[in-house]
Design a protein around this ligand. Structure first.
Ligand SMILES: NC(=O)c1ccc[n+]([C@@H]2O[C@H](COP(=O)([O-])OP(=O)(O)OC[C@H]3O[C@@H](n4cnc5c(N)ncnc54)[C@H](O)[C@@H]3O)[C@@H](O)[C@H]2O)c1
Length: 329
């Protein structure tokens, strides 16, 4: 059965979700909703869906919705997700939210708890790891090809001159980085962070965060909003007792380096995926496949709970920098 889906907040990213749903043969985009009437109307016209100007109106219309993307924005790119997400979950509708889950951890907790108590799938678009290359690397970790995990070096940086709040860089960008980190190394136990305001900037636009994981591995994040076009988006290196891998730019290049041999193994553009923008299709595709297969609320990949956990690492990093202490999660 085709899933009837809607998108709430049809700005830049909401339009991307809508395009992906339009192309997916398993979904029918039936509703677009934006509090700015012109945006909702334009999206309805473009995507052939019905326009709504509030979640309430959309819910009261009686239209069948099997899932909804919430692509609102707000303060630190996550301040507006809470109200529409709670309304949808309350109505029993599975939600794929945008990241960050919220810039306020308390709101994140409430959304995750509501979904859990009502047993409703709730996911967040932590799309960086939904790539064939990340999946291959994850298989290497799970099968023991790396041996015991020792360390992770994670780097994620872009150029973003926006200066809306001191913690904008941490809260808006690094849900992605910490999600990739958790995907490979598991839950984080301790966090210590240093931050730096780039030249001419008023916000903490550069960071180095040290991590210790529950499994004993250690690692770090290098993050920046002051990167250049030639810097690449991200690099993830995971080092174990038997070997290490380097994954460049989410999906483009993956190499395995065995510890006891010079023979390396490299994959370029696994699955034919060329660049980061394609991760929306693979991530949303995974969400749709899970819903179609009837996945239980607690089996969802890139779940609200995962998104909450990364936000808690971010808050621990902020606390560490403010206090000079190592913060335990
Ligand atoms: N996953 C990624 O790789 C990625 C990349 C960039 C941005 N994002 C995230 O996508 C989200 C959206 O960013 P954007 O640049 O598209 O924002 P945007 O401002 O272009 O769009 C947000 C839209 O939501 C609408 N809106 C706000 N509150 C609403 C409500 N209660 N009901 C209905 N509509 C409402 C606004 O009118 C606006 O049109 C942000 O959370 C951002 O962090 C994710």
């Amino acid at each position: 059965m085709t899933l009837q889906v809607g998108v709430v907040g049809v700005g830049n990213i909401g339009s991307t979700h809508a395009s992906v749903y339009k192309e997916n043969p398993k979904t029918e985009l039936v509703a677009v909703c934006d509090i700015i009437k012109q945006k909702a109307d334009a999206a309805a016209e473009k995507f052939g869906a019905r326009a709504f100007y509030s979640v309430r109106e959309m819910l009261e219309s009686g239209i069948r919705l099997d899932a909804v993307s919430v692509c609102t924005k707000g303060e630190e790119n996550g301040g507006e997700h809470f109200a529409p997400t709670m309304e949808l979950l309350e109505a029993g509708i599975p939600v794929l939210g945008e990241k960050p889950i919220s810039n306020r951890v308390e709101e994140g907790k409430q959304m995750v708890e509501l979904a859990r108590s009502k047993k409703i799938p709730y996911a967040v678009n932590l799309n960086h790891r939904f790539t064939p290359a990340a999946l291959r690397a994850k298989e290497w970790v799970s099968s023991g090809r790396l041996g015991q995990l020792h360390m992770i070096n994670m780097r994620m940086w872009i150029n973003n001159p926006v200066e809306t709040s001191p913690w904008f860089h941490l809260r808006a960008l690094h849900p992605h980085s910490f999600d990739v980190i958790r995907y490979f190394c598991g839950d984080v136990k301790k966090v210590a962070a240093f931050m730096m305001k780039g030249e001419g900037r008023t916000i903490w636009s550069n960071t180095q965060v040290l991590l210790q994981f529950e499994n004993g591995a250690i690692g770090n994040l290098v993050g920046s909003y002051d990167a250049g076009k030639s810097y690449g988006l991200e690099l993830c290196e995971v080092v174990g007792s038997k070997g290490r891998f380097v994954l460049e730019d989410a999906c483009e290049h993956l190499t395995f380096y065995p510890r006891n041999s010079i023979e390396t193994e490299t994959y370029n553009y696994l699955g034919g995926m060329r660049s980061f923008p394609e991760t929306f299709k693979s991530r949303i595709g995974d969400w749709v496949n899970q819903l179609e297969a009837g996945a239980a609320y607690d089996q969802i990949n890139g779940s609200g709970e995962d998104a909450l956990k990364v936000q808690m690492i971010i808050e621990a990093a902020i606390q560490s920098w403010e206090t000079g202490a190592i913060v335990e999660l």
